[in-house]
Design a binder for this molecule. Structure first.
Ligand code: ATP
Length: 298
């Protein structure tokens, strides 16, 4: 029943939420097949994924003609490293991730994963290599266990439990009266924003992809959740190529590389220390964030 139910539920989500600025990879999957401009070349081979080395090469992109959203983006996300993208709202951060997932193709330029242009391989194989932890995770009207198993269809209960332990979710679920059988979704138990993101992390652990996209929540979580998620993210991103779309700079300090975007262009890149020394846009954002954190008591 699971295989039949999930796509139908997922489709409901797609039509209701397709207009969201950031859309979860799984949720959009059905819709994407309808998108005419994303078409695989005939007999497109599957992506051969190695360590997950990612290159954006002179990437230009617009949604609407005359409104450029990415302008000559050049970015190397070395295999196994963590790159955090920061910048004002609307600067193009999520668009980078959507292009990497091949929800859209660049207007010009190329995106390579392990040396292969992602336009030349089957889009499904690109998405299979990438785990997404969205900021707002779609939950289906089903049990919490099935919601997590959705990370990889066919996973066993034991694997789901192991993933939940790793995501610090197991104790919480075990304390529910119906445990893994507890219904969630519209009529189910209340799940906080932080818990939802941990569900997404558990899904990603099950999927075990070489590449990870983490979309940090825009609104602040309580500091316990925030701490737990930062820790999970650190563990999950180890030995994976990780792209963090950072909204609050809280997760970026330890990234190998921080990329600052402004109006579709990469305007600075470097480590946290390097960027502070530059006293440019990152340093300004950082100071602003520090001041706001001081004014908002936790
Ligand atoms: P935020 O921090 O608010 O999530 P962002 O830096 O991730 O913003 P994007 O979501 O990449 O920014 O959006 C970049 C620009 O593209 C914005 O001007 C946005 O309005 C526009 N845009 C995003 N999605 C679409 C779309 N589907 N159709 C048309 N324009 C879009």
């Amino acid at each position: 029943a699971l295989q039949v139910c999930l796509p139908l539920n997922a489709l409901g989500f797609v039509y209701r939420e397709a207009r969201d600025a950031w859309v979860n990879a799984e949720r959009l999957f059905a819709l994407l097949r309808e998108r005419p401009e994303i078409r695989d070349p005939p007999d497109a081979p599957a992506l051969r994924v190695g360590a997950g080395d990612i290159v954006f090469e002179h990437v230009h992109f617009h949604y609407d003609p005359g409104r450029p959203v990415l302008v000559d983006v050049n970015l190397h996300i070395a295999a196994g490293t963590t790159v955090a993208v920061v910048g004002r709202s609307g600067s193009g951060k999520s668009t980078l991730a959507r292009l990497l997932l091949r929800y859209y193709d660049p207007g010009s330029g190329r995106i390579l994963i392990d040396g292969q242009d992602i336009r030349q391989v089957a889009a499904a194989s690109v998405r299979a290599a990438i785990g997404v932890v969205p900021q707002d995770t779609a939950l289906f009207n089903d049990t919490i266990g099935s919601n997590i198993a959705y990370g990889r269809l066919g996973s066993t209960h034991g694997e789901v439990v192991a993933a939940c332990r790793a995501a610090q979710l197991h104790e919480l679920i075990a304390a529910l009266p119906l445990k893994y059988e507890t219904p969630v979704g519209e009529r189910g138990v209340n799940i906080s924003g932080g818990e939802k993101q941990r569900i997404a992390i558990a899904r990603a652990i099950l999927k075990d992809p070489p590449i990870l996209i983490f979309d940090e929540a825009t609104s602040a979580l309580d500091s316990d959740s925030e701490h737990a998620i930062t820790q999970e993210l650190d563990r999950l991103s180890r030995n994976r190529t990780t792209l963090i779309i950072a909204h609050r700079l809280s997760t970026v300090v330890n990234a190998h590389l921080i990329v600052v975007m402004d109006r579709g262009r990469i305007v600075e890149q470097g480590s946290h220390a390097e960027l502070l020394r530059r006293r440019g846009m990152y340093a300004r954002l950082w100071l602003l964030q520090q001041r706001m954190d001081k004014e908002t008591p936790h």
